[in-house]
Design a protein around this ligand. Structure first.
Ligand code: IPM
Ligand code: MG
Length: 355
């Protein structure tokens, strides 16, 4: 059975990291006979420069028709002054909405070889193995907003946060199901002491929980959760939260692992799903061949697992990443005395050779 994958490099380091991940996918294809077919599409600032829109209709249509999408990163300072509705970030937001990618899974697992790289003390960092389940197509990201208006003679702007019961039910179910396949614990994160949306969130999560009696549920306020991630991150199994809190907490959780360059994500839709590293386009190092491709390579492993259902190939890619790290290969963000400093391309080769 052949599989079609749309690759969207995007902007900045997007090109380099997706090239690296495709190389590793091709190694997995050669070993496991996956019959992968890659096509390339534009999005982000690069697409804006070419077509005047960050998300061309053709890109969205190609993604809808594909078995899976591999996404690099979008954004860059040169587009800072572009009209808000045409900013590069609109590409990823438009893809999430257009493909109905309602859940973003962001696993954070500290590779044994990288415990010392965590900004946390090794005894706190060791054993961290959690997944953030972030709601991705609702909340304040997609609420009504006003860029500027006059009110009593002063300028103001506003963004509206809203969540419906079905939106929360859908993400809560996925979180409980994810926990059933892991250690059976869900932490739901909100700000129910202040926000109405959070109170509806909490009430709905509790109702859904009734169908998942084998899973343990706890609630945390987002400020407390941010603190707990820094003082005792190993306590978490599955964290489920809304769009904005999930954006913030997943960066925090990522850095616990040593480098944000390591963290993959899967954005799950009813039909097609999309896979991307959680870091951005890093324009400051773009084009130098030094970006860490492992977050994208691990995203490709998630693609193999969740969209193509080739578990063995996914395991092989993840094991190859672990082995390359254990063998001392490091891109500059993770380099230390005694390790071998490698380029993006050389890291991809090292992983591909170990698949
Ligand atoms: C992420 C990113 C995006 C987000 C940006 C690029 C719009 O930070 O995927 O976490 O805020 O969701
Ligand atoms: Mg983010």
């Amino acid at each position: 059975m052949s599989h079609s994958i749309v690759v969207i490099p995007g902007d900045g380091i997007g090109q380099e990291i997706t090239t690296a991940a495709v190389q590793v996918l091709q190694a997995a294809d050669a070993k496991f006979g996956l019959d992968l077919h890659f096509t390339y599409q534009d999005a982000g600032g690069t697409a804006y420069d070419k077509y005047g829109t960050p998300l061309p209709e053709e890109t969205l249509a190609a993604c809808r028709a594909a078995d899976a999408v591999l996404f690099g990163a979008v954004g860059g300072n040169q587009w800072d002054n572009v009209e808000p509705s045409l900013r590069p970030e609109k590409a990823i937001l438009g893809l999430r909405k257009g493909l109905g990618l309602y859940a973003n899974l962001r696993p954070v697992k500290i590779e044994p070889a990288l415990v010392d790289y965590s900004p946390l003390k090794p005894e706190l960092a060791r054993g961290v193995d959690l997944v953030i389940v972030r709601e991705l197509v609702g909340g304040i990201y997609f609420g009504e907003r006003c860029e500027s208006e006059q009110h009593d003679g002063v300028e103001r702007a506003w963004d509206l946060e809203n969540y419906s019961v079905p939106e929360v039910e859908r993400i809560a179910k996925l979180a409980f199901q994810t926990a059933q396949l892991r250690r059976g614990r869900v932490t739901s994160v909100d700000k129910a002491n202040v926000l109405a949306t959070s109170r509806l969130w909490r009430r709905t999560v509790e109702q859904v929980h009734a169908q998942y009696a084998d899973v343990e549920l706890q609630h945390l306020y987002v400020d407390n959760c941010a603190m707990q991630l820094a003082v005792r991150p190993a306590q978490f199994d599955v964290i489920v939260t809304g769009n904005l809190f999930g954006d913030i907490l997943s960066d925090e959780a990522a850095v616990v692992g040593g480098s944000i360059g390591m963290l993959p994500s899967a954005s799950i839709g009813a039909q097609t799903s999309l896979y991307e590293p959680i870091h951005g386009s890093a324009p400051d190092i773009a084009g130098q061949g030094i970006a860490n491709p492992l977050g994208t390579i691990l995203s490709a492993a998630m693609l193999l697992r969740y969209s193509l259902h080739v578990e063995q190939a996914a395991d092989a890619v993840e094991a190859a990443v672990r082995q390359a790290l254990a063998d001392g290969y490091r891109t500059v963000d993770l380099w230390r005395e005694g390790c071998q400093k490698v380029s993006t391309e050389a890291m991809a080769e090292a992983v591909a050779a170990r698949v």
